[in-house]
Design a binder for this molecule. Structure first.
Ligand code: SAH
Ligand code: SF4
Length: 344
């Protein structure tokens, strides 16, 4: 029998599978504790399981699917960029972000990205395939192993569009939130999406409950189609409507990501339009934060980063108009791990 990747199994399927190989269903609880809480890499460490059970598990499952291909640490801010290699030789980037009081993993959801935004390095890598539930989680375990730190914040902001790998991403999130598994709080897990409206609605209906960030980047459809391929883009009004509704249902803050590209979307007129758009869809009770991200240069892309002045002017306009706006400074610029630089 070919070994299976244990991290790909949801709890109920694991129970079924291990019954099939002659183990008692109650063993699945013990296995989950060792695999997800203690992060074991070998069944031989499962000290409360009889040796024959450990051997059976060892011949049925493998626990890790990635090889560490490369690792670069920023001397500026301690950010670490990883490049993992899957069993079918695909490169998967992930980033460790040491933040105030929190160890955050920025992880990938797909090998490549089908959306192909013109400003993004990941978008220049065509989609090879979706990552499995296990491959999504393993990025966290690998980062923990390397840093010796427990990850307590997860951002789906690496390579790929998480809502276009809905099933595996939400299955991984179940493990991340489950107290018997990784046990993170909902507000410490953020899905960033380019704005796939039907999937945002589905995420709301499925009561996943994690934080949502939408990569809006433009205050109107005209501007947006210059940076996000039109056939993959939803109208800004429908993105805002779905995102606000998600945030209200979950009583969670909504983050609007707005990347500033010089000469394209950082003018005063754009700022005015953005304020208008937000006002149209929200009221003072909504909890919305706008993250302004100065464009990070990527290979083969002629966009220009805005100057400090332009960024401050844009932010000031939003703040003056009662919008909560912060500037998200690039992390790990010296190692190519900033937003949008995670292509391979
Ligand atoms: N596909 C998802 C998540 C991955 S991208 C999404 O698009 O939201 C994570 C964030 O990095 C997004 O806000 C994305 O728009 C931003 N980003 C991509 N390329 C960038 C670049 N060159 N400079 C700054 N931010 C970029
Ligand atoms: Fe894909 Fe997000 Fe990059 Fe667009 S910004 S190409 S959706 S990873």
């Amino acid at each position: 029998m070919q070994k299976k990747y244990l991290l790909d199994y949801e709890y109920k399927d694991l129970e079924k599978f291990i019954s099939g190989i002659g183990l008692k269903p109650f063993r699945s609880r013990q296995i989950v504790k060792w695999v997800y809480q203690k992060r074991i890499e070998s069944f031989m460490r499962c000290s409360d399981l009889p040796i024959d059970v450990r051997e059976k598990l060892d011949s049925a499952f493998y626990l890790r699917a990635f090889k560490l291909h490369s690792r670069k640490k920023s001397i500026i801010d301690g950010t670490i960029r990883y490049n993992f290699l899957t069993r079918d030789n695909l490169h998967i980037p992930a980033v460790f972000l040491p933040q105030k009081g929190r160890n955050v993993a920025c992880i990938s959801s797909q090998a490549g990205c089908p959306v192909g935004c013109y400003f993004c390095q990941s978008g220049k890598t065509t989609l090879k395939r979706n990552l499995s539930k296990g491959e999504i989680l393993e990025q966290i375990f690998q980062i923990e192993k390397d840093t010796g730190l427990k990850i307590d914040g997860v951002l789906f902001m690496g390579m790929g569009e998480p809502l276009l790998n809905y099933k595996n991403v939400t299955s991984a999130i179940k493990s991340i939130l489950d107290h018997q598994q990784l046990g993170l709080g909902k507000k410490h897990v953020t899905i960033s999406s380019i704005g796939i409206v039907p999937q945002i609605n589905k995420l709301k209906e499925d009561q996943t409950g994690v934080r949502l960030a939408v990569s809006l980047h433009a205050p109107d459809d005209e501007t947006r189609k210059k940076i996000v391929p039109e056939k993959m883009s939803y109208a800004v009004n429908s993105i805002m409507k779905a995102a606000i509704s998600y945030s209200r249902t979950n009583k969670m803050r909504l983050t609007i990501e707005y990347m500033l590209i010089s000469g394209l979307n950082e003018t005063l007129l754009s700022a005015q339009k953005l304020v208008k758009l937000i006002r149209k869809h929200s009221n003072h009770k909504d909890n919305i934060q706008i993250n302004l991200i100065p464009y990070n240069p990527t290979v083969n892309c002629s966009y220009k980063s805005p100057g400090e002045d332009e960024v401050e002017k844009f932010r000031n306009y939003l703040v003056k108009n009662k919008c909560l706006a912060i500037v998200r400074r690039a992390k790990g610029l010296d190692i190519g791990s900033a937003c949008g630089q995670l292509g391979v």
